[in-house]
Write a protein that binds this ligand. Structure first.
Ligand code: FES
Length: 196
């Protein structure tokens, strides 16, 4: 499936069928199609942008009041995996304190989405990394806008080479990351198949 901007007109039934066949859970497909956190926040407390090694970009808007995440919105130029993961991550941190939100990890999102193709797990990593970077920047008191390019230092994106095999898709050493719990990545051989 080619890269597309979320929200454009689509044949929903056909997209749902294709994504289900590709290994996305019903929940993940719903997040991709319904995009509950897509958009921008007026007068945000933090805006951060991150681009992964695959070239996909996630811009995060945060509204934070009394140390709690009141709202999360995204502008995303990315694949179904990154969009569904970002939406799920938004739900997982909303109403949490900043510190609790920073405890979110890739495994939380993977488990919450229930099923996502193995070769798309780096998309979860990008979504979580972009969100946590925005929250951390806010907490550090930097505020304003921040932009990070190639936010995945050693992920399983299209640019990955065999040299990166030391790390799992969660960014932790293989066998030590959260995705080992999910039984998906760590300690296993991950396909280097090109992006869909
Ligand atoms: Fe880049 Fe999914 S986030 S391919």
């Amino acid at each position: 499936m080619g890269k597309e901007q979320a929200g454009q007109v689509r044949d929903t039934a056909a997209v749902r069928s294709m994504l289900r066949d590709a290994g996305y859970s019903e929940k993940a497909v719903n997040y991709y199609l319904e995009t509950p956190h897509l958009g921008i926040i007026d007068n945000p407390d933090q805006v951060s942008e991150m681009t992964g090694t695959c070239g996909d970009t996630i811009k995060v808007y945060l509204k934070i009041e009394k140390d709690r995440i009141q709202d999360v919105k995204y502008q995303i130029m990315g694949c179904p995996g990154s969009i569904s993961a970002a939406m799920a991550a938004g739900d997982l941190v909303r109403d949490k304190t900043v510190d609790d939100a920073l405890a979110l990890n890739d495994g939380d999102v993977f488990n919450f989405l229930e099923e996502i193709p193995v070769k798309k797990h780096h998309c979860i990593q990008l979504a979580v990394k972009a969100l946590l970077s925005a929250i951390q920047t806010y907490r550090d008191g930097n505020g304003g806008d921040s932009v990070v390019k190639a936010g995945i230092p050693t992920g399983h994106g299209r640019n990955r080479t065999g040299k990166d095999d030391r790390l799992g898709c969660c960014g932790a050493p293989k066998g030590e990351g959260d995705c080992e719990t999910a039984g998906t990545c760590c300690g296993k051989t991950i396909s280097l198949a090109p992006k869909n």
